[in-house]
Design a protein around this ligand. Sequence first.
Ligand code: AMP
Ligand code: GLY
Length: 426
Amino acid sequence: MAGINVMVVGGGGREHALVWKISQSREVNRIYCAPGNSGTAKLAQNLDIGADNIEELVNFARRNDVGLAVIGPEAPLCAGVVDAFEAAGLKAFGPNRQAAQLEGSKGFMKEILARAGIPTARYEKHENRDCAIDALERFGDRVVIKADGLAAGKGVVVCQSKMEAERAIDSMMVRRQFGDSGSAVVIEEALEGEEASILAFCDGENILMMPSSQDHKRIGDGDTGPNTGGMGAYSPAPVITENLADEIEEKIIRRVAESMSAAGAPYKGILYAGLMMTAQGPKVLEFNCRFGDPECQPIMARMEGDIVPVLMACIDGNLGRGSIGWSEQASVCVVMASGGYPGPYEKGSPISGLDDAEAMDNVIVFHAGAKLAGDGVVTSGGRVLGVTATGGSVEEAIETAYAAVSKISFKGAIYRKDIGRKAVAR
Ligand code: AMP
Ligand code: GLY
């Protein structure tokens, strides 16, 4: 069979995991990755095109007969990359610009939830600094301040006091720490509980659920220190029982899909719900318009069968007839990062031990901020590798993942030692 050419857009661990899964498809001919990394280079042809260069992405796809583009990161989705592909008569997986507002604008997301009656933190959105400060009177001491626009996962401050909240508002609205993303802020009541994520495929109408997962957002063991893009993830997340998963499917994911259609923004792509499991049940913290990174890595490790027909069905609107199998195995991804991350860090350090780690059974090393240099691989970003293992239980997967981590080294490497511990505690 001839197969189609696929282009994956992005260059992190998530995109390596997507390329890895897509490379197992029987429906695929060539795979391109823009810009990719040292991991995708082994399975795809990396392109010297940035993930935000929409014009060049479309040009390349047109000239090279790309039948499916899969968009990893949120920034190009929110900037309208899918609209640009569609305008050129090409197929791209992900929400269009309007639907991507579900992640791109927290205010928009909250309106969609309110219309659908989906539980979430009480909030107010303010475009004026003084109004935002006055609004704090209507919230408790523990309050969350969020930049309304995109801020690479850093535009959220969980505050313990009014003073801290005022400081966060000023740094977003006055000092413009996140640029225009801080022209408006969302003030939210703080929710208490354990966090977990549920992702689903969506074709504008139908949904297909993926198993639960849990990220580790803070840099330090025991959830300490600053927020990062994510230091590790595992799947399934036992905090989401089977009953809760059904409730989340019917009362959150399906209702959001319906609410998006009713708002004239039918949603195609990944619906990613970040949830707080509160004493009153699951409440929505956020929606993302793409796979999570690193949640994608353990989820891809557990997905059975061919992903390409599922991605196509989302675009073509016939997901209703689709199904996906999931391995019973648990999966754990431990992120190895550059010393200093999420602050400034060194680049260009040689990475050793990759072959030894990859030779282990039930281990896949997904590359993120890593690139080829001569015969070897060197660090090129904050999050460098996502060392992913599967096992009969979370404990077993954790043990294998850390055994693989211990074989890999680069100067200043840091990683959390407690990935998956909350799952074991349950
Ligand atoms: P977000 O980017 O909105 O997911 O926020 C990043 C992180 O901030 C979340 O993963 C939570 O740990 C925390 N957070 C966000 N909103 C709230 C909230 N309303 N209550 C408690 N924690 C929150
Ligand atoms: N790991 C969290 C995210 O991708 O948003």
